[in-house]
Design a protein around this ligand. Sequence first.
Ligand SMILES: Nc1ncnc2c1ncn2[C@@H]1O[C@H](COP(=O)(O)OP(=O)(O)OP(=O)(O)O)[C@@H](O)[C@H]1O
Ligand SMILES: [Mg+2]
Length: 270
Amino acid sequence: MLTTRHLCFSYQDEAVLQDLTLDFSQHAVTGLLGANGCGKSTLLMNLTGILRPQQGAVLWQGEPLCYDKGSLRALRQRVATVFQDPEQQIFYTDIDSDIAFSLHNLGLDKPLIAQRVDRALTLVDAQGFRHKAIQHLSHGQKKRVAIAGALVMEAEYLLLDEPTAGLDPSGRQQMIAIIERIVAEGKRVIISSHDIDLIYSICDHLYVLSHGRLVSLGEPTQVFMQQEQLAAAGLVQPWLVKLHGELGLPLCKTEQQLFALLRQRNAEKM
Ligand SMILES: Nc1ncnc2c1ncn2[C@@H]1O[C@H](COP(=O)(O)OP(=O)(O)OP(=O)(O)O)[C@@H](O)[C@H]1O
Ligand SMILES: [Mg+2]
């Protein structure tokens, strides 16, 4: 169970997160949504103890985090993060060594490490460029390597900070498929993003932040119907919700669903 209780965090004297009581354990995919600078990355860094709240707490399995090295290392084996910038977590030039790094630190034996690395690379569709030097990878490929690096830990929670930022449309689609595969493995996923269409289609539960405060929460369809709150948080509705509101089309979670429904309607008219 990963939760926060009245969490407040400031950088020097700038209050960034204010009184956040959140529960990430109830849903498979929880979205953290908010405009640039609202505090999403800061919150994720609080969740794994990279940053420490000045007031309130992050709780793991109901207990406030301990910030000694050993406790944090143990926590990060169960709550893994993929940072916004993949460069932040790539340390080696070859992909296999980079991904295996944390497993060597855990003292796992070589065949098990090889097996986990192979599985993680398959899960993120990286087998095709596995032999390449990391510095020669595209941004999207580096993102996938960073995700594989987190997946090998086989953590229960995966925190993804802006997983689709900087990806082209097909890279974005591929990332969605990867996230769906990770969820199908039974992991809890927390996604921070201002990509509203991504958040709408993939999350089961949302927390909307504005200037570090919680301004809305709940099931995505409900949250995205509240236009005023969204606008106040500097956000707009996903296009699928707009089509529903403006044109009365059925409210669908994905474009595939919408197109299938429209095709069916057309077929019935003929
Ligand atoms: N290391 C730091 N020192 C001081 N202020 C910081 C630091 N990192 C972030 N901030 C400030 O904290 C606020 C929240 O930043 P944060 O990166 O958490 O936002 P975000 O929601 O992740 O934004 P984005 O959508 O751009 O990724 C911003 O005002 C930012 O300028
Ligand atoms: Mg951020």
